[in-house]
Design a protein around this ligand. Structure first.
Ligand code: FAD
Ligand code: SF4
Ligand code: SF4
Length: 291
């Protein structure tokens, strides 16, 4: 559907049937006609498969023939086809960022049954995309060098695995753990649900691996104090807490723990594993909590 409007922007609007994925639940011709009435929308079309070559050609031809300055496609998730339509725009000479996608499949037709209400919602989503695209500005892609070093907060199984993957891919990693040891919750389990695999058998080789990797700097008993900067160029201030032992010589045998005269506070996990231990201890001696 075309209209003879002339205005600041020349927007092309396209709504996809996705076969029947969208058109069964959303009245696409109704949405198409509603968009055609918006000032700046100079062409409003519906098509069976917008991502097909024929669908992309529709957009490209309109950009060239109607001098479109903005494009909106109401279809599926941008995760799926935003790059497709951006590339089509670029192919026809329109800056790829003067494009906006509206997700009326995952956010609308796939999650609603009432056709009238779904059509109304799709119209609102499409209208929002048209209003938004007016505000877009052309941008250029440029490549800048970044610092590939990665900082991972938390040395549970997730942090450990992430550190190993990144280190194996060749980038330096700082793994920061606020407790004296990595391992996280998994270090306290006997078996893992639901497979009942031996937890330690999975975890300990990975912990050892972290310790051995040359490009992983392990900072246990440490906390992040400040983060500044931006993607690819962060600056992070980390407080490494005092250990009071020579960590190069300490084997972690634990002998000193039972003789340590200092007041001990309950370990976070002692509380988590059950109130009995801590509560009993508090009753005995409210001033001293044993972990
Ligand atoms: C009692 C219990 C039983 C469970 N059983 C199972 C099971 O059988 N199967 C299963 O799949 N899952 C189970 N889970 C869930 C399980 O915890 C997770 O699957 C898994 O251990 C989570 O790993 P994670 O690395 O994401 O987090 P965590 O193991 O919690 O590790 C997070 C780590 O980050 C550290 N950390 C947190 N904040 C900071 C900070 N600001 N700075 C530095 N370090 C920080 C913590 O000290 C910790 O070491 C269970 C959880 C609990 C509590
Ligand atoms: S653009 Fe998306 S919604 Fe349209 S046909 Fe392709 S996958 Fe389906
Ligand atoms: S007694 Fe064992 S755990 Fe304690 S400092 Fe000496 S080597 Fe380390």
């Amino acid at each position: 559907m075309t209209n003879g409007k002339t205005s600041a922007e020349r927007i092309g609007f396209y709504i996809c049937h996705c076969g029947v994925n969208i058109s069964t639940t959303v009245d696409v011709t109704r949405v198409r006609d509603a968009m055609a009435r918006i000032p700046d929308v100079v062409i409003s079309r519906d098509y069976k498969f917008m991502c097909s070559n024929a669908g992309q050609d529709l957009i490209k031809d309109d950009i060239r023939n109607l001098n479109l300055t903005r494009v909106v496609v109401a279809a599926c998730s941008p995760l799926m086809h935003e790059p497709t339509f951006r590339a089509a725009c670029e192919d026809a000479g329109l800056n790829r960022y003067l494009f906006q996608m509206s997700n009326i499949r995952e956010h609308c037709s796939w999650v609603h049954e009432d056709r009238a209400a779904a059509t109304e919602k799709a119209t609102d989503l499409a209208r929002a995309a048209v209003y938004r695209v007016r505000l877009h500005e052309p941008m250029q892609v440029s490549r800048v060098p970044i610092n590939p070093t990665t900082l991972i907060l938390g040395g549970g199984i997730a942090g450990i695995q992430a550190a190993l993957e990144i280190a194996n891919a060749g980038s330096p990693v700082y793994l920061v753990e606020r407790e004296p040891t990595i391992g996280g919750n998994m270090a306290y389990f006997d078996k893992t649900f639901p497979t009942l695999d031996c937890s330690a058998c999975i975890l300990t080789p990975k912990m050892v691996n972290v310790g051995q990797k040359k490009n992983i700097s392990l900072l246990t008993w440490s906390e992040v104090m400040n983060v500044s900067g931006f993607i690819g160029n962060f600056k992070v201030k980390i407080r490494k807490k005092a250990r009071y032992v020579d960590t190069d010589k300490c084997t972690g045998c634990g002998q000193c723990w039972s003789h340590c005269p200092s007041v001990r506070i309950p370990h976070r996990r002692t509380i988590m594993l059950g109130p009995k231990l801590v509560i009993n201890q508090v009753r005995k001696d409210p001033g001293r909590l044993i972990g």
